[in-house]
Design a protein around this ligand. Sequence first.
Ligand SMILES: Nc1nc2c(ncn2[C@@H]2O[C@H](COP(=O)(O)OP(=O)(O)OP(=O)(O)O)[C@@H](O)[C@H]2O)c(=O)[nH]1
Length: 371
Amino acid sequence: MATSHLRRLIDLWLGTDSAQRLRLRQTSLAMLLMVLSVAMLHYGVRIGGGESGLLLWGWTVCSLGGMAVFYAAIRSGWSLRAGDPSLTGAQIAFAICAAALGYAQAGPMRGACFPVLTLILMFGMFQLRARSAFGLSVFALGLFALVMGVMAVVQPVAYPPAVEIGHFLMLACMLPAVAVLTARLSRIRRRLSDQREELARALAQLQAIATRDELTGLPNRRQMQALMDQELLRSQRHGYEFCIAIADLDHFKHVNDQHGHAAGDLVLRAFAQASQGALRATDVIARWGGEEFLVLLPDTAMPLALAGMERLRERVAELRTDVGGGAQVAITVSIGLTGHHRGDTLAQTLERADRLLYQAKDGGRNKTAIG
Ligand SMILES: Nc1nc2c(ncn2[C@@H]2O[C@H](COP(=O)(O)OP(=O)(O)OP(=O)(O)O)[C@@H](O)[C@H]2O)c(=O)[nH]1
């Protein structure tokens, strides 16, 4: 009960979109860091004997308010319009300004600003390009140099110039090191994302190879078997009919013998394209093997299936394929078409379609036999 309330509260804070959650988690961490830094600064001012004056409270409100604005910009989805929806660069630049102004007020605690500054720049390691990270480091170094210089002049007792020079030299060593580490991480990130893209492409290619016939681009036997298994389950669950047809090119051996195997391949491709065009979008034709093709007509009763297969047969009979050298090849197709009967196995239905195909062949070819 308590965990579900907590989860709802977290969902309310971070939203439910996974990419947004990641951005908001990062911003929440930055907000927490800001709250701790503000508390630390107030403590520093107190132990330094200073007063929590208007300047300190103004800085406190601006620092916390600024982070709240970043949170709201991301949570509302407004930042999705920006180049970087997590607003990392802007958040880091803002936090550097807050740290530099904090440094000017922290008095004896100001040394604590350096680890905080390093942490701020480390946020860029997960998001920023090397050039932006380097730019932000230079910006931080410049801004701190300015603040240290001004403070050494305005309050030389609290900010002795010699100490400030030491602080500056420390920063000048530390910040480039952070920038170099960020650049290295950025390169690793880019390499990983390139590898991920390559893997996704290879996977898509493998999927195509595993499910498509290379010559015709039609689904292959394995894919068709899976589609038929699915269709069988659907028809058992919902009680609708489906039909299966086996289409076999007539005297295809003659095409190969007369025009060569390459010409035969062209004809097979042309047949695949023409049949796909003749079928409805929901019907599937697959290469079952050699010059034999299997058609699955989901949720279709026999009269409609017959009309579809006759349309296919006629379209194929009209087809003329250029096979080079000015020669054109005409082909016909014989078809065995049957409906799947309740209680039958797919193998039984396929056997029936095969028998019907041979009836169509025996009946003179270029025919559709039904049963
Ligand atoms: N070019 C080419 N030919 C193929 C391919 N697969 C099978 N064949 C050929 O298809 C022909 C099938 O011949 P048969 O089984 O005798 O049948 P048919 O000549 O079509 O005669 P019927 O089916 O009785 O009308 C063979 O010559 C096979 O070599 C292929 O991928 N490319």
